[in-house]
Design a protein. Structure first.
Length: 120
């Protein structure tokens, strides 16, 4: 299994610092995204688009040690584990964040966009 590197786009909006972290082409063979580290940005939302394929599921995971990963949750306390396109706010503030694809088939091809914001 290969790890998909992330790309970071920096945005400026008044006194806020905002970034979009992109993991492109997550598949069943490129299943995990390179961990993104920015614990000082507490506002986060995740947007997943693409083809999930048969049984394809994406999980948003967090870790404070970079080794042990847990499911992150939405504001209602539900694990961010989805089988269709979505946008969701992320509740927990962890040192590292990554998307992870499980199951799916040869057509699974997903892109993940994490918006992170830090206000000064």
């Amino acid at each position: 299994m290969a790890t998909v590197d992330h790309e970071i786009e920096t945005l400026k909006w008044h006194r806020e610092e905002t970034w979009i972290v992109k993991w492109l082409t997550l598949t069943t063979t490129n299943a995990d995204g390179q961990p993104f580290e920015m614990p000082s940005a507490s506002d986060r939302s995740i947007h997943i688009i693409g083809t999930f394929g048969s049984g394809g599921t994406v999980h948003l995971q967090g870790s404070n040690d970079g080794t042990n990963w847990i499911a992150l949750t939405d504001p209602q306390g539900n694990a961010i584990t989805k089988t269709a396109t979505f946008v969701e706010m992320v509740t927990e503030l962890t040192r590292y964040v990554r998307p992870f694809v499980s199951a799916g088939d040869g057509t699974t091809d997903l892109d993940a966009f994490l918006l992170v914001k830090r206000v000064h």
